[in-house]
Design a protein around this ligand. Structure first.
Ligand SMILES: [Fe+2]
Length: 231
């Protein structure tokens, strides 16, 4: 299994506090049956430059790569803002050796069509395929499912967090099924931040997902992540 969304790098965002905690998270990943993890530290375009972020990310990576029990790829969870397209070179934030970029959308109540147009333009200009992080968590997506379909139609892929699958209510179950039915559920990822409240739990997530969508769906969703990680 491959976990496409993790905050395991030490001391760079609200994920692992230090290299010791990173190691514990990596060991937990291995115990869950995860063989590869994508390191998606938060990148907020308004607060840090590309160069500063990439430099900090490499320093953090150097602290854990030698002792990691699983394969790792550097990436970022990039917060969408109107400012993002002006930065240029956003492909530097893609998952290592790929053109896939994990994009976090605003948690505001509404999304504008200007945002969707902007995402489409960036995708074309930079040759990037966006993976929308935890699509099930945004109020705007619940309010208007057509916006999700618009993102799908411009080529976006969608990731769901394990915690949403593990602790889903009946309404949430219906929503996850709807996402899958409409081709808007490509990846399940832990979005782990620590070893307690938001720990690596991909195996548990897939067990629950199998009960919800069936084993064929699980195989398909696992395979989607494998394809990105091992091109
Ligand atoms: Fe995240």
């Amino acid at each position: 299994m491959v976990d496409l969304h993790c905050h395991i790098l030490p001391g760079i965002d609200d994920g692992a506090a230090d290299a010791q905690q990173s190691k514990e998270m990596l060991d937990l990943q291995k115990s869950q049956g995860v063989s590869g993890a994508v390191l998606t530290s938060h990148f907020y375009p308004e607060t840090v430059s590309f160069e500063e972020f990439l430099c900090k990310r490499d320093e953090a990576y150097d602290k854990i790569k030698a002792t990691s029990p699983i394969l790792l790829k550097r990436a970022a969870e990039v917060a969408y803002t109107r400012h993002l397209a002006n930065l240029g070179d956003i492909e530097k934030l893609c998952i290592e050796d790929t053109q896939y970029l994990l994009l976090e959308l605003p948690f505001s109540a509404d999304w504008t069509t200007a945002m969707i147009d902007d995402i489409q333009r960036m995708s074309a200009n930079f040759g990037v395929t966006f993976i929308i992080a935890h699509i099930e968590l945004y109020p705007a997506a619940h309010k208007n499912f057509d916006l999700i379909k618009k993102l799908r139609d411009i080529g976006c892929l969608f990731q769901i967090d394990t915690q949403s699958v593990i602790s889903m209510s009946l309404t949430e179950k219906m929503f996850l099924k709807k996402l899958f039915r409409h081709g808007c559920f490509h990846f399940l990822a832990s979005d782990c931040h620590n070893t307690t409240t938001r720990k690596p739990n991909l195996h548990e997530g897939f067990i629950k997902l199998g009960r919800l969508l069936g084993e064929d769906a699980v195989d398909e969703i696992k395979n989607n992540a494998n394809i990105i990680f091992l091109p």
